[in-house]
Design a protein around this ligand. Structure first.
Ligand SMILES: Cc1cc2nc3c(=O)[nH]c(=O)nc-3n(C[C@H](O)[C@H](O)[C@H](O)COP(=O)(O)OP(=O)(O)OC[C@H]3O[C@@H](n4cnc5c(N)ncnc54)[C@H](O)[C@@H]3O)c2cc1C
Length: 283
C-alpha cells in the first residue's frame, strides 16, 4: 500500500478538489485525492462562471479550451411579464459542469495526479493526521484538504456545525435541447428564472421559487413538467418548449448553513463548498 505521509490528502474529486490538485502538482507538492464514488461522474447541470472564477481557470490554463466548447453570451436581458425591462453587458462564461469537470480531470491526470476511488472518508484523528475510510483503510498524511462539498463530513468532524435549515426556496433545473444566445432572467412574484446557453445547441434552465414545501436537498430528485407549470406561469414556460420533451427535470430544496469562524484548523483546511456552503443566489 502506498505511503502518503508526505502528501496533502484531498478529500473529494469535485471542482475544488481537482483544481487544488492541479495547483499542488504544478508547485511540486505531493498530493492524492480520495473520492467516495467508484468512478468520475458529473450531473447534467449548467454552471455560470464569473470573472473571479475565470481568473482561476486562466491560472490553471484551461480557460481558452473551456470557452471553445461553452456558451459565450455577452449580454444579460431581464424580463418581467415577458417584456424586456433592461439589459446589461456580461462577462460570464456559461457552460456545463461536465465540460469544466472533464478539463480539470484531464489537466490533473496529465500532471500525473492520483485519484483513489471508493474511498469514503468516515473519520479523522486530527491530532495524529490520520484519516479513516469506509473501506476499512486508513492513512497517515501531511495535511487534510477538505473538498468534500456542501454536506462536508470533514466540516462536521472538525468544526462545530449546526443542522442546515430550509431557506424557503426551492429550485427547478433542466438542460434543454434548445438554442439561446443571451443570458435571460424572467422576474416574477415569488419566482425567477435564469436561462443561459451552455453550448451552441443546449440551454441551462433554472427556476427558483419561494415555497414552504421543504423539498429535499438533492441533485437527483426528479420532477415533472406538470408540477413545474404549477409553480411558474405557463406563458413564460412556453419560451422553453424543450421542457415538454425532456424527462430530465430536477427539483431541489435550498438550505442555509451557519457561517463558520475559520476555514482551517490544525492539520485541516476547508475548500470549495465545504468552506463556503452558500446558497446559489449568493454565488
Ligand atoms: C444545481 C446547481 C447549480 C449550480 N450552479 C452554479 C453556478 O452557476 N455557478 C457557480 O459558481 N456555482 C454553482 N453551483 C455551485 C457549485 O456547483 C459548487 O460551488 C461546486 O460544485 C463546489 O465544488 P466542490 O468541489 O467544493 O464540491 P462538489 O462539486 O460537491 O464535490 C465534492 C466531491 O466530494 C466527494 N465527497 C463527498 N463526501 C465525501 C466523503 N465523505 N469522502 C470522499 N469524497 C467525498 C463527492 O463525491 C464529490 O466528488 C451550483 C450548484 C448546484 C447544486
Amino acid at each position: 500500500m502506498n505511503n502518503y505521509e508526505n502528501s496533502v490528502a484531498i478529500i473529494g474529486a469535485g471542482i475544488s478538489g481537482l483544481a487544488l490538485g492541479i495547483f499542488l502538482k504544478e508547485n511540486n507538492f505531493p498530493c492524492v485525492i480520495f473520492e467516495r464514488s467508484s468512478k468520475i461522474s458529473e450531473y447534467g447541470a449548467g454552471i455560470s462562471i464569473s470573472p473571479n472564477g475565470k481568473d482561476v481557470l486562466e491560472k490553471l490554463n484551461i480557460l481558452e479550451e473551456l470557452k471553445a466548447i461553452s456558451g459565450n453570451s455577452k449580454k444579460t436581458i431581464f424580463y418581467s411579464n415577458l417584456k424586456e425591462i433592461t439589459s446589461i453587458d456580461t462577462d460570464v462564461l456559461t457552460t456545463s459542469r461536465k465540460n469544466l469537470y472533464d478539463l480539470l480531470l484531464k489537466k490533473y491526470s496529465s500532471l500525473g495526479g492520483e485519484i483513489l476511488f471508493d474511498y469514503e472518508l468516515k473519520d479523522i484523528d486530527i491530532g495524529k493526521k490520520q484519516i479513516y475510510f469506509a473501506n476499512g483503510i486508513s492513512h497517515h498524511v501531511k495535511h487534510i484538504a477538505a473538498c468534500d462539498g456542501i454536506k462536508s463530513k470533514c466540516r462536521q468532524i472538525c468544526f462545530k456545525s449546526e443542522m442546515p435549515e430550509y431557506s424557503g426556496y426551492s429550485v427547478w433545473r433542466a438542460i434543454l435541447d434548445q438554442k439561446q444566445a443571451d443570458i435571460n432572467f424572467h422576474l416574477g412574484p415569488g419566482f425567477h428564472i435564469v436561462s443561459y446557453p451552455i453550448s451552441n445547441t443546449k440551454t441551462s434552465f433554472v427556476a427558483a421559487i419561494k415555497t414552504k414545501e421543504k423539498n429535499e436537498e438533492s441533485w437527483m430528485l426528479r420532477g415533472t413538467y406538470s408540477d413545474l407549470s404549477k409553480d411558474i406561469p405557463v406563458e413564460i414556460l412556453n419560451n422553453f418548449q424543450a421542457l415538454k420533451n425532456t424527462q430530465d427535470i430536477y427539483k431541489w430544496g435550498i438550505y442555509t448553513r451557519a457561517k463558520i469562524e475559520s476555514l482551517y484548523s490544525t492539520n485541516l483546511t476547508l475548500f470549495g463548498d465545504a468552506a463556503h456552503p452558500i446558497t446559489p443566489f449568493i454565488g
